[in-house]
Every structure is written in C-alpha cells, then in structure tokens.
Design a protein around this ligand. Structure first.
Ligand SMILES: [Zn+2]
Length: 748
C-alpha cells in the first residue's frame, strides 16, 4: 500500500506578503519547494496566514526548516512522516485501512501472544551477557516449553515440555526457530527490553549466531529512556515498562517485580527459588535442577497470564492514541495525550506548537505552582466514616470550566468570571479543543461503562469493554499532568494552576457544607473527604444523612463534576497526612502510607504492625498493647526466628563507591570478601548481631547470621512503626518524649 500523492510538509506563519514571495523564490539544494500555498490556520485562538511548504522527501524538511528561519515562525517540521500521514488520514493501527486510505470500521480485538523468559547465571540485573543463559522458557496458546542445555540425567523423569540441547548456542537457535514457527503477533517479556533481549543478543554475538526473526536480524532502536528490540511483525512488548509508566500509580505494590505485580493484578505469583543464589544452587545440583525448570516455566506462564490481563488495555490505548502496539506499550501517558491532541488540532485546522527547546524546557521546569489541598487529619480512632470522592476531579474541572490552551484569557467581558482564585480566566463562549476532545472520551467511557453493566462479568465482551473503560480513564486522567509537564507542546502553566486552584476550591467548599450540616470532617486530601456524624447512633441514620448530603452537594456542582460515595467504613485510624488505615464492615483493610508493605523493614516489623493495626481498628487498643509486650518478651527470650529479623536493602552502586558505610554496604563488602560476586541492583539481606561497635560493623550477611541484637530490634524495628500508631492515643506521648529506654519501658 503506497500513497504517492501525499507529500511531507511544514508551515511558516508569515506577517507580510514579502515573506510569502521570499519563500516562493527560495531554493534549497538548487530546488524550489514542490508546492507553496498560503492557508488560513488557527494559532491557538487567533487566525493567522501560514505558508504550507510541501516537499518531495521527508529528509528535505530539515533543510527547509533552517532555510526559512528568517521569514517567520516555523511549525510542524518536527512530526515524523509516518505519524504525519496517520494524523492526516485519521489512521490507527489495529484498525482496518480501506483502499482509499481512510479508516474502516473493523477493529482487531485479539492477537497471537507468546511470552518468554530467560534464566542466566548472572548475579546482577545490570550484568548483561557476561555469564551464560541456562534456559529459555516460552508460553503461548498450544505451546509451553523450557529449552535448556543442562544435563538432565539426574532430573528424574523428563517432562514433555523440557527440550534439551547440546549447548548454549543450539539452545538459542532452537528458541529462534520456535519463535519464527509460532509467528507471534506480540512477543512479551517482563523487563525484556533491558534484560532478556539484550542478553540474548550479547550471548548470540559471543557464540557467533545472528538471531533472525521474520527474516530480519535482531536489532535495537531507541525508545524513551532506553532501547527496544526490533522484531518486524512481532510487536515485542515489555510488560514491565507499561506497568512502570502507566499502571504503577494505580497499584498498591511498592516494588514492580514480576511476582509482586502478578500477585496484585492476577492473583498469581512466581515460585520462590531464593533469588540468584537459589538459581545457582539449583543449577549446580542435578537433584534440584528439575525445580529450576519448573520455576522457569512458571515465569513464562505468569508473564503470559499477565499479558492476557494487560494487553487488551494496550490494544485499546493503541486504537485510541493511534500508535502501534510497539510504541503505545512504551509511551508515557503524557505522550499519548499529545498524539491525541495533535489529531484534534489537525481536525480543527489548528497549528501544532513545536516541542520545547532545552532552554524553554528548563525555564518551564523551574516554575512551581500550588498543588492540591490536604487537611491535617483529626488524629485517632474514629467510627462510622463515610469516604466521599470526586469522580475524576481534575478531568471534570477541565471540562466544566473549559480549561484549554486555546481558551485562556479571551477578550470577552462575560468570560472573566470563569476564573478560580488566581485571576486567569477561560472562555465560556467557544469550547476549547482540549475539553472538546476530553468530552468525547468521557462520553465514550460512560457508554462503555453502561454496556459493562449489561455484560456477563468475565465474558470475552466484558473483558474487552473493561479494558476499554480503563484505557479511556487513564487517558482522561493524564491531561492535567500533560498541561503542567515542561516537555509538552501545549504546556500552559495557567491551565495547570487553574485546575489545582479549582480543585482546592471545590474540596474546601464540600468540607464547609459538611460541617454546616453537623458532620465532622476527619480528613480530606485532593479529591476526597472523610466524614463522620457524632450525633448518629445507628448505621441507618448515618447512611441517610450521608445520602442527603451527597444529593445536595451534587445538585450544586457544575456538570460533569460529581461527588461519589466511595464507601462507609466501620473504623478508621488517622496518624498524619497521607497516613491512615480504614476497616470495612467485612474486616477488609485499606492502609495508606504506613510501613506495613515496605520491604526494607524486617518481616517482624511488618507482621507486628499488621496485627496491631487490626486490633486497634477492631476497638481492641488494650489487646494491641498486650500483644506488643508479648513480642518484646519473645525477642528478649531469643524466641523470634532469625528469618523474621532479616532486613533487606538494595545496593544502588558498587560497594566501594559509597562514602558512608551503611549496614548493607558493609555486608556487601563482606560478601565480596567471601568470593561472592556483588553488583549494583542486588538486594542485600542482613541481620544486626549483638556486640559492641556501630550498627554497620555488627551487620551480618543473613545467610550466616545466628544471633540478633535484642535492643536493636526492639528500638529500631519493633517500636517505631507501632509508636506511630499508638502516638495518637495520647498515652504514648510521654514515651515519645522519653529517651529510648523509656520507649522500651512503655511496653514492658
Ligand atoms: Zn470568551
């Protein structure tokens, strides 16, 4: 398919007919432009004369861009030709293209996916290709396989999914053959851009193999902060990058490794084999090797199942944004928004602003503005709490107030009152191109959500609709950040400022209304308020009052801004801003900002805090104290198993590059002395042993730890996270003021 008529072009905004003549007479490389037209375009909200310069070849755009500099402001020279073509013809990948190059109706819904994963003898995620690949596992429809060159003699019965090759080179060749025969439309890995693909490429090079996929040698192209593998027709996708760029703000997980993410998203997890130590051990021991094969196969399976969950959303985003799956899966959400805006601008005959140069970027980057309003919580334990949330607050503010780069500061007098506290105003007479685009996305999402209710949960149609709804929501939520991001073409500080200003105004207004109706505002943050009603003595009465309040508030809000009831909770413990826990009527917990889920604390710290939190939220504060006292006793009696006291810290650079010796750095140095390879990225596990000297000097590699320092664990691991919870009950204030011995004393 080739459309020879379509030419690359750029614009120059001209102020005089002289400039037009100059451009017409201009020759670059001894040639005039293919076509010169003077067209009316919108520059934000102002109509301007622009010279459209059409050229024969995309590479000429760059030469012309320099040549026309004296004649006016240049535009749209920095849009790659293929994308230009897609914008101008309203094309999108995965959507049928008709003979006349316009967009058809048929949409592709599912693609043939193959997941893969490699195991290596490398000790660090940053060491690529230094050590051999031991096995490559793949999982797809009708294919599950572990290809290895291990001696399987001692592995017992050889499972049918295990394919043994004579050496690493033949294993890599077998993998390449399998992929080419299977012909995936999408090949997925987890962290495969940074690890698996470059690892395969490096090993192949060392072994003298050229990996060919679909007739092309495996290559790499720059994408975002790194590189991505190039496999024509196979859309190599790295789920980790999509999780990191797009999904992580919506996840509870604080680490984004495959196991944690899969556990949260699909309730499935990796087999634990004990990190790179465990892999090494299993590889060297024929008896244990079988477990390693199973572990590797499980990784490919989990990756495949995660892809089943995530890919539909990437397909939908790809259709909405109009970029390939390969690109969409690696785009930050701001760039997705930008592509949509470029299409919307084209349809409105608007000129697209240029990408900011580095000076402008830095200037913008230095600008700061006031963010969201967060109310200091009323500390302590509260009962019967209603959590009310604005549904998509920032997107709905943008739509309700017509916040848009082309609607800022119009000349109409009547529009002046459409302004938050900071003085800037937005036009109320002509809809901006951004809110217009958002409304169409918003309305589509409402339709999809309505259709979801009619579909059977879990059915093929439901999964598709759900993915679409999530994709649309994600895009809607990304406009605000886009306006305030220094690298955006349509960056407008006034718009970003106005959004947060209106956000603060609405949340404060809601709080005022709630208080005037007798509610107590326990806490509020950005777009949510948490209320209780001290006079209420029954759940039914409370729910009625909340219902009335919601209705009154929603009647007064401009559309589509809406307050939703997120839920009514039995109890809530509030510690400080951003740190609280809520317990539902069914005993379910929502915990925000407390140490519970952080991996750098010892399992003991996390387990004890979890139990204490549950006891407090169940109105059993005294039992919580007793429980802590018990644990202190157990610690003193040496009854806590050493595994519960292991502290894990990631090494971020080489141990010799640290100026101060933190405990994990000391341990990393010990490990190296013991002949253990130590590299940045490794998780260092240690226990603090008894004795004299600094904590660092007493940190012992977990593998070799036999004893622990009782006082250290009481004062640094057990008490601090508990105190944070207990502090709110007044009693602990005394102990807070006291010295460390006092802290301990409180729990004796
Ligand atoms: Zn106006």
């Amino acid at each position: 398919m080739k459309d020879a008529e379509f030419l690359p072009y750029m614009y120059v905004i001209v102020e005089s007919s002289k400039a037009i003549e100059n451009i017409k007479n201009l020759k670059v490389g001894m040639k005039h432009a293919e076509k010169i037209e003077v067209v009316k375009k919108l520059n934000l909200n102002k109509e301007v004369d622009a010279v459209k310069i059409s050229l024969r070849h995309p590479k000429e755009v760059n030469e012309w861009r320099s040549a026309v500099k004296p004649f006016g402001e240049r535009r749209e020279y920095d849009i790659p030709f293929v994308r230009r073509y897609m914008i101008d013809h309203d094309l999108a990948p995965m959507v049928e293209v008709k003979e006349d190059f316009t967009r058809g109706k048929k949409e592709i819904e599912k693609m043939k996916v193959l997941a893969f994963d490699i195991e290596t003898l490398s000790k660090s995620p940053t060491d690529i290709g230094g050590d051999p690949i031991t096995m490559i596992s793949v999982w797809g429809e009708g294919v599950k396989k572990v290809i290895t060159w291990a001696d399987t003699g001692g592995a017992g019965n050889i499972p049918e999914w295990l394919q043994t090759e004579k050496n690493e080179a033949s294993m890599i060749k077998a993998f390449i053959r399998l992929v080419n025969e299977y012909k995936p439309e999408v090949i997925v890995g987890y962290n495969s851009d940074m690890f698996d693909w470059p690892f395969i490429a490096k090993r192949a090079e060392k072994l003298g193999i050229t990996p060919m996929f679909n007739g092309r040698a495996l290559g790499f192209v720059r994408r975002g902060r790194g590189t991505a593998p190039y496999l024509p027709g196979m859309n190599p996708t790295d789920l980790y990058i999509f999780v990191r760029n797009i999904l992580s703000p919506y996840l509870q997980a604080e680490t984004l490794d495959l196991g944690t993410v899969a556990d949260e998203l699909i309730g499935e997890t990796k087999t634990d084999i004990g990190g790179s130590d465990g892999i090494q051990e299993a590889w060297n021991d024929p008896e244990k090797r079988r477990r390693l094969f199973e572990y590797s196969l499980q990784d490919a399976k989990v990756t495949y199942n995660l892809a089943e969950k995530i890919m539909p959303m990437i397909y939908e985003l790809s259709k909405i944004v109009g970029q390939t799956i390969f690109d969409t899966s690696r785009l930050p959400s701001g760039q997705m928004v930008e592509w949509l805006l470029m299409r919307a601008a084209f349809k409105r005959n608007m000129l697209i602003p240029n990408k900011p140069k580095s000076e402008i970027f830095s200037e913008r980057y230095a600008q700061r503005y006031v963010g969201a309003f967060v109310k200091e919580p009323i500390k302590g334990l509260h009962h019967r709490i209603a959590v009310c949330d604005f549904r998509s607050l920032y997107p709905t503010i943008i739509m309700a107030h017509n916040i848009s780069p082309d609607a800022v500061g119009c000349d109409h007098k009547e529009c002046k009152k459409n302004s938050p506290e900071n003085g800037v105003h937005f036009c109320t007479k002509k809809k901006g191109f951004m809110p217009e685009l958002m409304e169409s996305i918003f309305n589509t999402r409402m339709e999809v959500k309505a259709s979801l209710k009619k579909l059977k949960k879990g059915s093929k149609e439901w999964v598709l609709a759900k993915a679409k709804s999530n994709a649309l929501k994600l895009i809607l939520n990304s406009f605000y950040g886009y306006l305030g991001f220094a690298g955006s073409r349509w960056y407008t500080l006034e718009s970003a400022q106005a959004i947060t200003a209106w956000g603060r105004k609405y949340i404060k207004e809601i709080m005022k209304v709630a208080e005037s109706e007798g509610f107590t505002v326990i806490y509020g943050d950005t777009d949510s308020v948490m209320l209780n009603y001290p006079e209420s003595h029954s759940d039914a009465d409370f729910e009625d009052r909340v219902g009335d309040f919601m209705k009154r508030v929603n009647d007064s809000l401009p559309k589509p801004i809406q307050l939703d009831l997120e839920g009514i909770f039995k109890t809530g413990l509030f510690v400080t801003k951003k740190r609280y826990a809520l317990m539902g009527k069914d005993g379910s917990l929502i915990v925000k900002g407390l140490e519970r889920v952080r991996r750098d604390w010892s399992p003991l710290a996390r387990k004890v805090q979890d139990r204490v939190l549950r006891l407090i939220l169940s109105d059993r504060v005294e039992d919580a104290k007793t429980f802590v006292k018990e644990k202190v006793k157990e610690l003193r009696a040496g009854k806590i198993p050493i595994e519960d006291l292991i502290i894990t810290t990631q090494l971020t650079k080489m141990p010799e590059d640290y100026a101060t010796i933190a405990p994990h750095v000391k341990v990393a140095r010990d490990m190296r002395k013991a002949g253990e390879p130590v590299l940045p990225g490794m998780l260092i596990k240690y226990v603090v042993a008894p004795g004299s000297g600094t904590i660092s000097s007493r940190a012992v590699w977990a593998k070799e730890a036999k004893e622990y320092d009782v006082e250290y664990y009481i004062n640094n691991q057990l008490i601090p996270p508990i105190l944070r919870l207990m502090e709110v009950f007044g009693e602990s204030e005394r102990s807070l003021k006291a010295k460390q011995a006092g802290l301990d004393g409180f729990f004796k």
